[in-house]
Design a protein around this ligand. Structure first.
Ligand SMILES: [Zn+2]
Length: 245
């Protein structure tokens, strides 16, 4: 691939980045960008192409499912999974009040559509993270100007100004289903930051699988504290929701 010359990057670092346009086969292209002076590897192209397919099709599926649930389709009927209500509770904590559950589903559906439109944009670029900024985090989106005023206006602290950064090294050792899924999940997570202004209130590190398993055994598993408002503004809640439907 020929090197992609990014004027600002060159000005800052003196070395161009490598940009590869990928087409996951079922949608518009998106760009994969290396660190300055680096290059995008074949495994990275494979993993992120598959990951984008997982993210995009997962978002489509989640949008369809929550639309049916809002319209009254019971959990366990049609394409609505039997554990849908548990997953909604795990990710967004609406509680037991019907009006709050309905409002939660409406907000989640709006945000799923935003993330979906963002990840389907042909202008989308995914950039290898800057180790000086991201460390070993799987990804980040730079904060907007409002981050500068967080002490005065914490409610406006949002992350949506920059491009989606993902740490390629987390997923590029081999083209495996686990790495593809991890890349796709991180795309949804970072998309929630970029396109919905979500924050990181809680990483759902335990995952829904263990929670659902205990529910199936009739147990009431403890989950970390998260309010409904925080859940609806939590990037990892959208990633967990989409990847578990
Ligand atoms: Zn995050």
């Amino acid at each position: 691939m020929p090197p992609y010359t990014h004027t600002l990057t060159q000005r800052l670092f003196g070395q161009p980045s490598d940009l590869v346009q990928l087409n996951p086969g079922h949608g518009p292209q998106f760009g994969l960008v290396s660190r300055p002076g680096g290059h995008v590897t074949l495994v990275e192209q494979q993993v992120f192409t598959a990951g984008m397919n997982i993210a995009r099709t997962g978002l489509d599926r989640a949008y369809g499912i929550i639309t049916m649930r809002i319209a009254g389709t019971p959990a366990g009927a049609g394409i609505v999974p039997a554990n849908f209500d548990h997953l909604l509770q795990y990710c967004f904590r609406p509680g037991a009040v019907v009006a709050t559950i309905q409002a939660t589903m409406a907000t989640v559906r709006n945000n799923l559509q935003r993330i979906r439109l963002g990840l389907w944009s042909p202008q989308l670029q995914i950039i290898d993270s800057n180790p000086n900024r991201g460390g070993v985090a799987s990804g980040y989106v730079r904060c907007s100007y409002s981050e500068l005023f967080r002490m005065r206006d914490a409610a406006r602290e949002q992350s949506f100004a920059g491009r989606i950064h993902i740490r390629f090294a987390t997923y590029n050792a081999a083209n495996t289903p686990a790495n593809q899924r991890g890349a796709g999940m991180t795309m949804v997570h970072e998309g929630a930051h970029k396109f919905c202004g979500c924050r990181d209130w809680l990483y759902n590190g335990g995952g829904f699988g263990a929670y659902a398993g205990m529910i199936a055994l009739g147990l009431a598993p403890a989950i970390p504290a998260l309010t409904n408002a925080q859940g609806l503004n939590n990037a990892d809640s959208y990633a967990e929701f989409v990847l578990n439907l």
